[in-house]
Design a binder for this molecule. Structure first.
Ligand SMILES: C[S@@+](CC[C@H](N)C(=O)[O-])C[C@H]1O[C@@H](n2cnc3c(N)ncnc32)[C@H](O)[C@@H]1O
Length: 507
């Protein structure tokens, strides 16, 4: 029997003084473009904006998870914290046997917190890292400690034979990412694991430990849009030689980390760490419940339309931000390690929700897909709402005007922004359909600015949500504002860009 929801929630006093700082007055630098629709939108949702201390930069990022038992097993910089999921769940009053959806599962924070609270969850993500992570963490109660201790002992004592010279795979953008002894050890331990008799569960745990070590064993660092390279790497040394020969300025002496970790030592340490936590969790029976995590490694755009109507009791998620960050570049080491080649990475880039300047439109694919599942009418309805959204249309026009004026440093931004909101609107519409009445939906996101044009991601998303039937309950805004990019600031001045958590209800 479905339990009734208690009356809530998400209603508190609002500090109007603080709020003023977070409202945007000028959406278009130098009033170069029309901003009527965005100004209207700001007024429309302003009463629901709440500057809050409930969440902060640490809780909406991976920072808090660094020390969290279980959540620290994968350093997923794009993740949010268990703390955030717990705070939201406390307010959502999900029924006991309820199911929470996180369509952008990442390292699986939402699913794991739900599991600890006895709630079922559904998660999607396209990256295999997500799959390895969730398999390893969700089976924490099932590991055989004796087997893991043997595994640790063997890993600690591994010696690469003198005649072993295989190296871990590279693609062009990851070439020579590891010092020679690491590129060999990473391959060796992987071959050794595959040939060993350990259970699939233990092998997967070791895979996670390798994945979690790769960046620190390499000359690279995740910088957001790209992989950053250390000046001591063969790649930068070679590039600098060529630059010197042709009289070009040398690349800056960037040090990504003082010491590039030894792969053998680091992987062993990671394994020790996870085994210590597994023992602790098993001893305290911290996870003793039967809640189920249903994870599917696929694009949300194909999975959500298949969800049954009224089958979900809440959503907690954070999609990729509209910020040009390319997961397939920053996670290239991990993706290549998990078997993706040159083409696999390119395909994945186009499967990501449009968040890079290389993203191409997915509208035709979406139309075909909806036809193939007999839901063409649904496609048409959603697409009509998107096409008639006057705020999105204003943003698109403004960006085009900025392009003609030479204000965009990459014109791919226009296609990215259009794709981003189009795809997310499909996500919002499908979530609405799949939610049981009374469910709450929380999306964490950042506002952005391109070419001097502010794009209010939080309010624009909420407008779509409203158009699909949700009641917008609250837009929590963090105290700290998101920094402007230095280029934008120099050219167009400073504006406040909110970092928000939007809360919608299907009444
Ligand atoms: C901001 S992260 C979510 C992090 C997560 N909340 C956590 O705590 O680890 C966004 C995730 O969306 C995933 N993603 C991007 N495009 C996707 C798509 N089309 N379908 C499913 N997942 C996608 C990315 O791989 C990334 O893991």
């Amino acid at each position: 029997m479905q339990e009734t929801y208690e009356q809530l929630i998400f209603i508190e006093g609002v500090d109007t003084e603080k709020k003023a700082e977070y409202l945007v007055e000028n959406f278009s630098a130098d009033e170069f473009c029309e901003s009527k629709a965005r100004v209207w939108l700001e007024t429309h949702f302003e009463p629901l904006l709440e500057v809050t201390d409930k969440f902060n930069r640490q809780s909406v990022s991976y920072q808090l998870s660094k020390k969290d038992i279980l959540h620290s097993w994968l350093k997923y910089k794009e993740g949010f914290s268990a703390d955030l999921v717990n705070t939201l769940l406390d307010e959502m009053n999900v029924p006991k046997n309820g199911t929470i959806l996180d369509p952008f599962f990442g390292s699986g924070t939402t699913g794991l917190v739900c599991q600890m609270r006895g709630l079922n969850s559904i998660g999607y993500d396209i990256m295999p890292i997500s799959s390895v992570s969730i398999k390893a963490k969700s089976s924490v109660m099932d590991y055989d400690i004796g087997e893991l201790e043997n595994l640790l002992r063997e890993v600690r004592n591994l010696v690469v034979p003198n005649n072993y010279s295989k190296k871990t795979e590279y693609i062009k953008i990851t070439e020579d990412a590891y010092p020679p002894e690491n590129e060999i050890f990473i391959q060796y331990i992987s071959d050794w694991r595959d040939e060993s008799d350990y259970s699939e569960q233990s092998k997967n745990l070791l895979t996670l430990c390798v994945v979690n070590s790769l960046e620190r064993c390499s000359y690279t660092t995740k910088t957001g849009q790209y992989l950053g390279w250390d000046y001591r790497s063969p790649k930068v040394i070679k590039a600098n030689k060529e630059r010197e020969a042709s009289g070009k300025k040398l690349l800056p002496k960037k040090v990504v980390r003082e010491v590039i970790a030894d792969a053998h030592e680091l992987i062993t340490e990671e394994l020790e760490h996870v085994i210590t936590e597994i023992k602790l969790i098993q001893k305290n029976n911290m996870e003793a419940n039967t809640a189920h995590i249903n994870y599917v490694q696929n694009t949300v755009l194909k999975e959500l339309p298949l969800l049954e109507d009224n089958s979900i009791n809440g959503v907690i998620t954070s999609p990729p931000y509209c910020n040009r960050y390319d997961y397939t570049r920053t996670y290239a080491l991990e993706l290549v390690y998990l078997g993706l080649g040159e083409q696999g990475i390119k395909d994945m880039r186009q499967t990501l929700i449009s968040c890079t300047v290389e993203s191409k439109s997915k509208v035709e694919q979406l139309e075909e897909y909806y036809k193939s599942i007999g839901e063409e009418d649904r496609f048409i309805n959603i697409k009509n709402i998107i096409d008639n959204n006057n705020v999105l249309n204003e943003v698109k026009n403004a960006l085009n005007k900025r392009k003609d004026n030479g204000d965009l440093n990459n014109n791919g931004v226009i296609r990215m922004v259009e794709g981003y909101f189009t795809e997310l609107a499909f996500v919002y519409a499908e979530i609405y359909r799949a939610c049981v009445p009374g469910s709450f939906v929380a999306f964490v996101n950042d506002n952005v600015r391109y070419g001097g044009e502010v794009i209010p991601v939080d309010f624009l998303s909420s407008l779509f949500a409203e158009q699909f039937g949700f009641k917008v309950k609250k837009v929590y805004c963090l105290h700290q504002k998101k920094g402007n990019s230095s280029q934008q600031m120099a050219k167009f001045g400073k504006v406040s860009l909110r970092k928000s958590i939007t809360i919608w209800e299907k009444e």
